[in-house]
Design a protein around this ligand. Sequence first.
Ligand SMILES: Cc1cc2nc3c(=O)[nH]c(=O)nc-3n(C[C@H](O)[C@H](O)[C@H](O)COP(=O)(O)OP(=O)(O)OC[C@H]3O[C@@H](n4cnc5c(N)ncnc54)[C@H](O)[C@@H]3O)c2cc1C
Length: 378
Amino acid sequence: MPANRADIAIVGGGILGLAHAYAAARKGRSVVVFERSPRATGASVRNFGMIWPIGQAAGAIHDLALRSREIWLDVLERSRLPYRPTGSLHVTYRDDEAEVAHEFSEIAPHHGYACQWLSPDEVLSKSQAVRAPGLCGGLWSPLELTVDPRSIVAKLPVFLAEQFNVEFRFNCAVHAIHLPVVEAGAERWEVDRAIVCSGDDFATLFPALLAQCGLTRCKLQMMRTAPQPDGWQLGPSLAAGLTLRYYPAFQICTTLTQLKQRVAAEMPDYDRWGIHLLVSQTEPGELTLGDSHEYGPAVEIFDKPEIDQLILRYAQTFLHAPTLEIAQRWHGVYSKHPDQPFVSLDADEGVRIVTAAGGSGMTLSFGLGAQAVREMEI
Ligand SMILES: Cc1cc2nc3c(=O)[nH]c(=O)nc-3n(C[C@H](O)[C@H](O)[C@H](O)COP(=O)(O)OP(=O)(O)OC[C@H]3O[C@@H](n4cnc5c(N)ncnc54)[C@H](O)[C@@H]3O)c2cc1C
């Protein structure tokens, strides 16, 4: 049987696979993407669609997020896929939350973050969605973008195929890579290099290597409202006090310990389930709300109504929207390394695995793609 041929094989049709395919195709390489399902159904279609540099750790990862954002903008312009340059607002209602957000607004610009502290009136003039009573102020950042992850991950393959001749093999699981041969479903391909972006599948390709990496899974519960009536707009994507203890960016704040201690004492269930709250809006006007964090290799099939209730109860402390009636509930799972912001390792000569971008894979995806292509000299 004659082999099919491409310069680069990509395993996985999630956002990391698509971003790596784009980076390689932009270098003029012929690319084939293998996705085992009829369409990608992993973390990349289950998230908020937030491109979120504000949350990324100061230094190399924040720089990577900013580069990634630039490439996202380029891709979105070229593909004419919709996005919103929403920016982000972290709103605060307690003194300790305000102290962290305020401290961050003072030191973060020296680390390259474009953010500023806003008074309550300034917050309310930026967003009609923020509750006024008790508001201490907020952290505004103009750089965050919002995309609709479900439509982006469905439509990027069409763009990549039309504009760059990237070949997509859906329903086609890669079960072996021994370069130059890639075995996928019933097909056999010959390629020069392969990049494996297989999300939280640690079992199919290079299982022994992945088992040594200490990777785990994280399950997150999510909800979405019906479209808000009368074209009501969220404006900036929203986060609040609990989020300040979640994203690594805020670890540069000396006031963070005090906030974490108070939350642990006053809101132990929020710590137990790793709950904080982000709110983004889709093109049709639905609000996406979440999330929680349950770590471990085995992902529980059933969701916990208690977690949804805690999320909604917290949402009501700061979010003022016409309706919070929930129309959809789901959970997502991502792969995660306990210490590293992502995992990029060479599995074999010419074969790289890129995974475990945790809760920041949408944000970092195109930056990681560009980085892999540069490092692999593709
Ligand atoms: C609920 C939730 C909310 C999040 N919110 C955000 C956010 O707003 N912003 C942000 O930056 N990040 C967010 N993230 C993180 C982000 O979604 C992930 O980091 C990212 O989607 C991971 O992309 P991926 O391509 O590695 O994995 P996936 O999207 O899981 O894709 C992996 C793909 O590989 C395929 N595959 C696996 N093995 C094979 C094989 N052998 N052959 C062929 N195909 C294979 C799978 O079928 C799958 O489609 C969130 C994650 C979750 C779960």
